[in-house]
Every structure is written in C-alpha cells, then in structure tokens.
Design a protein around this ligand. Structure first.
Ligand SMILES: [Mg+2]
Length: 241
C-alpha cells in the first residue's frame, strides 16, 4: 500500500543529540550551584561540592524508581530530584521548588539549543508536499520551541503520555491524528528497540537510521536500514516506484 504518512523520531534521527544533552546536563546543574551560592553567600560549601553531578544522576534514578507512573517523563523526574536535593541542602520547601523550576527552565533552554543536520530542513520542506508528517519523541525536546515546528502537523510527546516508546500508544496516537493506517505509514528512527520494533509490529514500514553503526542485523520485512536521514528521500522514491 502506498505510503501517505511519515512519523519521525527526533533525537539522534534529525540531529546529533549527544553533545546537546551533555551541554544541557552539565550547564543547568552548574547554573543552579552558582545561583545558590550567589543567593546566599557564606552559606558554606557550594551545592555541587555536596552533590556532584553523579549524585544528581543517581538521585534521578532513585526518583524514577519511587514514582513509576512518571516513567518516561524525564523533565518531571529531573525537577523532582533537584527539588529534593535543594531542600536536603537546607532550603525551605517553597524556595527549593522555585530553584528547581528555575534550573529546569535553564535546562530546557539548553536542550533546545541544537542544530539539525544540514539536510533536514530542505528535506522536510519537500516531503511535506507529498506526505502528512508527525514527530514522536520520548525526549523532552518541545518542537514548538524549535525552528522545525512548521514542518510537522502532529507532535506526540510520548513521555508526557506516560507511554514512552516502545509502547505502541504513541504511534497509534500519531497515526490517528494523521488519519493513516499503519500500512500507509513509515516511521523514521534510530533506536532498534524504541523505534524499529514497535513500529514494525504495528504494521508500519520503518526506516532505521543506524546512526551508531550497530552493523548488520536481520531486518524484518518492511524495515530498511539507512546510515543517515539524508538517505530517506531516495528510499521513499524507491518504495513508491
Ligand atoms: Mg532517537
């Protein structure tokens, strides 16, 4: 059946996300530590001396275990972890909440300071003339804050649905809003577990962006391996012919 709809993963599919996350992770935490020190000079050792970055990361894992219903909502988990740590550092509860919220706003600023691969904007511009296009992300990138927003008619933040990929609900929600049956849609994503397998099981076709060069795998029917998203238009042309 002809493909009429495309769904895209974002992180590591449309841009290289690792440097973005590394900058955001270190940047907002350092910002919080500096801001706390500036707000209460002489308060003793800095926040980060009490809680180095790895302690924050461990605390997030602990929060995720304690709040299983929030799994996948990484921004919530971050904010909750920061709140608990700032409160444990000695600030009143309300101020701890405010500092955590400020730090998260800073994190999200850094998280959206990213550059898609150079081919992406022109490619989406062309594709949207022929396909209905959705984005499905587990990450906390908010498309409305990115220059790419205009290229997508549907945006599914799977984490906020509390049904992160590989849960099929995010795919089903995107397909419903695109008014496409699975057999009419192709999903584009880099994760074998979160993109390829769930989409393929629903009966979608899949362009697997093997960005990490995981090497040869046995590809199920309807799954195509690309090494970069720039190869997608060639694949679509081949599938349409
Ligand atoms: Mg991805």
């Amino acid at each position: 059946m002809a493909i009429t709809a495309l769904t895209f993963d974002l992180d590591d599919t449309l841009w290289n996300n690792r440097p973005v996350l590394e900058r955001a992770e270190a940047g907002h935490y350092q910002w919080l530590s500096d801001a706390l020190a500036a707000a209460s000079p002489g308060a003793g050792s800095a926040f980060m001396a009490h809680y180095p970055l790895h302690a924050y990361q461990q605390h997030r894992a602990d929060v995720a275990r304690r709040f299983p219903l929030k799994r996948g909502d990484f921004t919530w988990i971050r904010e909750r972890a920061l709140f608990e740590m700032v409160e444990a550092y000695g600030l009143p509860r309300l101020r701890a909440r405010l500092w955590a919220a400020h730090a998260i706003a800073h994190f999200l600023d850094l998280r959206h300071d990213l550059t898609p691969y150079p081919e992406v904007v022109a490619m989406l511009d062309t594709l949207r003339r022929s396909y209905r296009i959705a984005a499905i992300t587990n990450g906390n990138a908010d498309l409305k804050r990115l220059d790419l927003a205009d290229h997508f008619s549907v945006m599914i933040a799977a984490g906020e649905l509390h049904a992160p990929k590989p849960d099929p609900r995010a795919f089903l929600a995107a397909l419903a809003r695109l008014r496409a049956r699975p057999s009419q849609a192709l999903h584009v994503g880099d994760s074998w577990r979160e993109d390829v397998l769930p989409a393929q099981r629903l009966g979608m076709q899949v362009a697997w962006i093997d960005a990490k060069n995981e090497g040869p795998r046995e590809l199920p029917p309807g799954v195509y391996r690309l090494t970069h998203v720039r190869e997608l238009p060639t694949l679509l042309a081949r599938l349409a012919s």
